[in-house]
Design a protein around this ligand. Structure first.
Ligand SMILES: Cc1cc2nc3c(=O)[nH]c(=O)nc-3n(C[C@H](O)[C@H](O)[C@H](O)COP(=O)(O)O)c2cc1C
Length: 324
């Protein structure tokens, strides 16, 4: 049966690296941390290129990117250890998948039979002596002979479609299905915004009740923290609200002592909105929590990716805002 989502890449379409990567992402894999020791230093990285190669002799392989800072150490080492990650090891996968961080901080480890470091508490583990090294394009393929195993049945961590997942995670049925890169939804700006906004703010908005705030109240307070003395019209535009609704919200917040309306001395009809000390005290911890939540949401991205996301959004907003 024809699949409307399918498209041919290669013969008709140029095989661009992004599409190739996305297509590979449709093959789910496990996730491992591979470690080695070279020149007295330990190295480790997250890898999903692990594969079984041979039963007799017992061989496995994985490939290490030439661009990785630890490539040369892995290739020069005469052994490596492969630790399979479990469903709860998402943070570990991200830590060992990030360049430039101290991956072994607070991680107890000790040399195993081959000398490669074994991370405490993790299993299954395959301790391997390097059996062969092959060139593999921008990677080097390392084949290892397994000399010792630490066995354990576990609930594995999976990598699929660029995401770390668990098998049958509670609520996984409610996940949106993976969409092809040429699907309408992945190319329609309004949908991308709605979904991105949901990802970024939904969970945090659900926690606002902890500070006794609603979403409109949080928006108003956050806007006033940035610009003191806004007019109602300015505040409506900035807090993304229609004026009649905002007026009701302001009435309530003024009654609660969170803000104050003041008439401008020159023009008594011009009213500006000001935070009270109580309003400021209410919003400050919420802003700190909002930034912590944002850091959590964005931690899977590199600094460059984070900057790109914010730059693109800011650019779009900036060009839509009339100057002057
Ligand atoms: C799920 C996942 C799988 C990965 N698989 C590999 C892999 O098989 N080979 C590789 O070279 N890098 C892989 N990476 C990227 C490396 O883990 C990452 O570049 C790491 O920072 C390399 O360590 P280094 O910077 O200390 O060299 C993977 C990353 C993740 C998150």
């Amino acid at each position: 049966m024809a699949d409307n989502n399918a498209r041919t890449i290669g013969s008709k379409t140029a095989l661009d690296p992004r599409s190739f990567r996305q297509a590979l992402g449709q093959f789910p894999t496990g996730v491992a941390v591979v470690t080695a020791t070279h020149g007295g230093h330990v190295v480790g990285m997250t890898a999903n290129s692990f594969s079984s190669v041979s039963l007799d002799p017992p061989l496995v392989s994985w490939s290490v990117a030439k661009s990785s800072p630890s490539h040369d150490a892995f290739v020069a080492a005469d052994a490596f250890a492969v630790h399979f990650l479990g469903a709860d090891h998402r943070d570990l996968a991200l830590r060992f998948g990030t360049s430039g961080v101290d991956k072994f901080a607070d991680m107890a480890h000790a040399p195993g039979e081959t000398g490669a470091p074994l991370l405490e508490g993790l299993a299954p583990i395959f301790e391997c002596k390097v059996w062969a090294r092959y060139p593999g394009g921008d990677h080097t393929i390392l084949v290892g002979e397994v000399v010792r195993m630490v066995e354990r049945q576990h609930d594995p961590l999976l990598f699929h479609s660029g995401e770390l997942r668990r098998i049958d995670a509670p609520g996984s049925q409610r996940r949106a299905p993976p969409l092809a890169s040429n699907s309408f939804a992945r190319n329609y700006l309004a949908y991308l915004f709605a979904r991105a906004s949901f990802i970024v703010s939904n969970e945090f908005h659900a926690r606002l009740g902890d500070w006794d705030l609603t979403v409109p109240e949080w928006r108003v307070l956050a806007c006033l923290m940035d610009v003191e003395g806004l007019s109602v019209g300015e505040l409506a535009a900035m807090a993304l609200m229609k004026q009649p609704r905002l007026t009701k919200v302001l009435d309530r917040m003024e009654r609660d002592g969170l803000l104050q309306r003041r008439a401008t001395s020159g023009d008594r009809r011009r009213v500006t909105i000001h935070l009270t000390a109580k309003g400021r005290a209410r919003v400050e911890p919420v802003q700190r929590a909002a930034k912590a939540h944002e850091a959590e949401v964005l931690k899977q991205f590199t600094d460059e990716e984070r900057a790109t996301i914010k730059y693109a959004l800011d650019l779009l907003i900036d060009r839509q805002t009339p100057e002057g």
